[in-house]
Design a protein around this ligand. Structure first.
Ligand code: PGA
Length: 318
């Protein structure tokens, strides 16, 4: 069999996106170059890997099998690279990390400090929403993930390193700005802009209102924290966002936090990987760095302090 690693890599990208165009974008190739690699692979294996129905492409049964094995081959190669890099310690090596879109407000700062400390390390950073992070963990596609509350039904190892309070933001001129202890019920008169489904912030928001039996009106669905902030400023509704995302707008007086009873919703940021995953020396070092120094470097309360605050709040002391 004369299959090349390059053919498998290009095929895997098409299979992952189910799109030749998106695979070409990811690999910085032209679409004809991608098609050519896939055709050559089909020729080598003497099977069809994709079928087209309407405008969409699907994997054939043979395509599913080749995708399964191509992922295993890639993971084995990654592991080999890791084992060889581990021999060099922290002088060289690669860190593949994915963070929730909301965590992108602080993750680059932490990566910057880490990379300055270990300049030989190359980082690949992917920013995506919670749903995609969970898929990447399930597929073993990343070393580490930074996300909100990890799901209980996946076999993961997670360490909380910093608090993540969710707040309600309004435009500066909103009538509720400046009011103290706004009752939760009062929110039923407002319209909320919501993140896309699959967002951790949105899940937390829906769970919180359901637990408190509050029936809010939702307006536009908006696909990013940035767009939510712009829409709130434009007066299209209120937003429920991680406080980490609005620091600049608060400082510039463009948005205000509403002082609603039961708020902020106290969540935490976690560094997560699959249980039993063989972490590279670099990934181990970055995990330790996040857990021991992450919150302090950003000038935020660490998860331990945050958990104490939650306990105190439950007792009614805060
Ligand atoms: P999100 O994730 O950016 O997908 O909303 C943040 C979180 O899990 O809290």
């Amino acid at each position: 069999m004369n299959v090349t690693l390059r053919q498998l890599k290009v095929f895997a990208a098409v299979a992952r996106h189910l799109s030749f165009t998106k695979a070409a974008e990811e690999l910085c190739l032209t679409q004809p170059a991608v098609s050519m690699q896939v055709k050559q692979l089909e020729h080598q294996l003497d099977v069809s890997l994709f079928e087209q129905l309407g405008k969409k492409i699907y994997l054939t049964d043979a395509g599913e099998e080749v995708y399964h094995y191509s992922r295993q081959i890639t993971q084995q190669l990654d592991e080999l690279e890791m084992v060889l890099a581990n021999l060099k310690g922290l002088e060289r090596g690669r860190l593949k990390i994915s963070v929730a879109s909301t965590a992108n407000y602080f993750a680059p700062t932490l990566l910057g400090t880490f990379c300055n400390r270990f300049p030989g390390i190359t980082v690949s950073l992917d920013v995506t929403n919670r749903e995609t992070l969970l898929r990447q963990l399930a597929d073993n596609d990343v070393d580490l993930v930074i996300m909100g509350q990890p799901p209980a039904d996946m076999d993961l190892e997670a360490g909380a390193f910093m608090e993540n309070p969710l707040v309600i933001v309004a435009p500066r001129e909103h009538p509720l700005v400046g009011e103290k202890a706004i009752p939760l019920k009062r929110l039923e008169k407002e319209t909320f802009l919501v993140r896309e489904s699959g967002s951790g912030t949105r899940n937390a928001m829906e769970r919180f209102f359901a637990q408190h039996d509050i029936h809010i009106t939702t307006g536009m669905e908006v696909g990013s924290n940035e767009a939510i902030k712009q829409s709130v400023q434009a007066g299209l509704g209120l937003g429920l966002l991680s406080r980490d995302t609005v620091e600049m707008e608060l400082a510039l007086g463009r948005l205000s936090i509403l002082e609603v009873a039961e708020f902020p919703i106290l969540r935490h940021w976690y560094v997560v990987h699959r249980r039993g995953k063989r972490l590279s020396v670099v990934a181990q070092a970055f995990k330790k760095f996040l857990l021991e120094e992450g919150a302090e470097l950003l000038g935020k309360p660490s998860a331990v302090i945050a958990l104490d605050a939650v306990r105190a709040q439950k007792k009614g002391a805060v």
